[in-house]
Design a protein around this ligand. Structure first.
Ligand SMILES: Cc1ncc(COP(=O)(O)O)c(C=O)c1O
Length: 371
């Protein structure tokens, strides 16, 4: 994030927003959306007011898909779909479409979202949990290549970054079976190789834009597996054949998602984004490590998320005092998820590095006066 962008954010009186989602959106994107709000590029109407079948929105749709393909290097044999129902509906949809009768799908469970994917998958067919990090409080990711999978699984489901526990594989999987991946909280946060996945899905509201749209990247041959007779809205084939417009799509969310992707393309692409995120997360992890034992990270060192950084303090009283005092200093949404406790700093792509430095300084001062 450039100094100029940080200044723009300050000019609007924006807080350093550590929300786990919906999360921060780049200020230049918000400014463009504001400027185009009442009359999108001379169309005479807002994106929220135009027909999704009209020329103007079809252009936005095309530009958005182009931006996703360019930013993420999506190969030509992958469909790009913008669906509704969030990542949560994908838990159900992917199993309905890809887990055939009599087949088994393997799930690697590294946190709360992976657990939810399992629960939804079990309602649809044969689910085998190939690894479960629950006994270790979901503080690490396993070596995927070292696990034993079912013979010929329909797919192996992973959650690349667990938002609540802050654990991330930090690399694409290199395993034989088809991998289906929930990338909701780390998509586009670093370079990734789409061809290593049969399917990727991500709710937009962390790194890609507003809530209401879920990005799905689907290798085309998977469409051959879709059974007949699914409810049309839950059928990847129907959604693909209708250019993800079987029904009225979330036009505004798709439009902003396109602006966000374009913003990161102009920033230098995912290589540049990845370097920036590494630097940002290091500022916070250094503050945790530098505190002696006052702050304790939740995740094991080899799999620490660069997006969601949960850490605990010595007591609940101190945690409450920390969150309250941080808010008074313009740092919001630092309270951790109740299942992990403590605090969580979510520092998505659009979160400015100045906010990481502000938090690190604050953490140091707070530990010095309360340790
Ligand atoms: C990793 C992950 N998967 C799935 C979800 C659920 O997403 P949605 O609320 O879009 O259904 C979330 C939400 O925070 C998430 O972080």
């Amino acid at each position: 994030m450039s100094q100029v962008q940080d200044k723009a954010a300050q000019a609007y009186g924006r807080s350093f927003n550590f929300s786990a989602g919906p999360g921060v959106i780049p200020v230049p994107v918000l400014e463009q959306a504001r400027d185009e709000m009442l009359n999108w590029q001379g169309s005479g109407m807002s994106v929220m007011e135009m027909s999704h079948r009209g020329k103007a929105f079809l252009k936005i749709a095309e530009q958005t898909e182009d931006a996703v393909r360019t930013l993420m290097g999506v190969p030509a044999n992958y469909k790009v779909l913008f669906l509704q129902g969030g990542a949560s509906l994908q838990f159900t949809m992917l199993a309905k479409n890809l887990l055939g009768a009599g087949q088994t799908a393997d799930y690697v469970v590294t946190g709360a979202w992976g657990q939810k994917a399992v629960e939804a998958g079990k309602l649809e067919g044969g689910v085998n949990v190939a690894w479960d990090g629950k006994s270790g409080k979901f503080s690490e990711t396993p070596d995927l290549a070292g696990l034993t999978y079912s013979p010929d699984p329909a797919y192996v489901h992973i959650t690349l970054n667990e938002t609540i526990q802050g654990v991330d594989y930090l690399a694409d999987p290199g395993i034989g079976p088809d991998v289906v991946c929930d990338m909701s909280s780390c998509i586009a946060s670093r370079p990734f190789d789409v061809s290593k996945y049969a399917m990727v899905y991500a709710g937009a509201q962390k790194n890609l834009g507003p809530s209401g749209v879920c990005l799905v990247l689907l290798r085309e041959d998977l469409l051959e597996r879709v059974p007949a007779g699914l409810p049309p809205m839950l059928d990847y084939k129907v959604q693909s054949e209708n250019g993800w417009m079987y029904n009225t799509p979330p036009c505004w969310s798709v439009y902003v998602l396109g602006l966000v992707c374009r913003h990161w393309i102009d920033f230098g692409g995912l290589e540049a984004v990845g370097r920036m995120n590494e630097e940002k997360a290091k500022v916070v992890y250094d503050a945790i490590e530098g505190s002696g034992d006052f702050y304790k990270p939740h995740a094991a060192p080899h799999c620490r998320s660069r997006m969601n950084i949960p850490f605990t303090l010595p007591s609940d009283e101190l945690t409450d005092a920390f969150v309250k005092a941080a808010l008074a200093e313009g740092m919001s949404e630092l309270k951790g998820h109740r299942s992990v406790g403590g605090c969580r700093a979510s520092v998505y792509n659009a979160f400015p590095i100045a906010g990481c430095h502000a938090l690190a300084e604050f953490m140091k001062a707070f530990a010095a006066s309360n340790g």
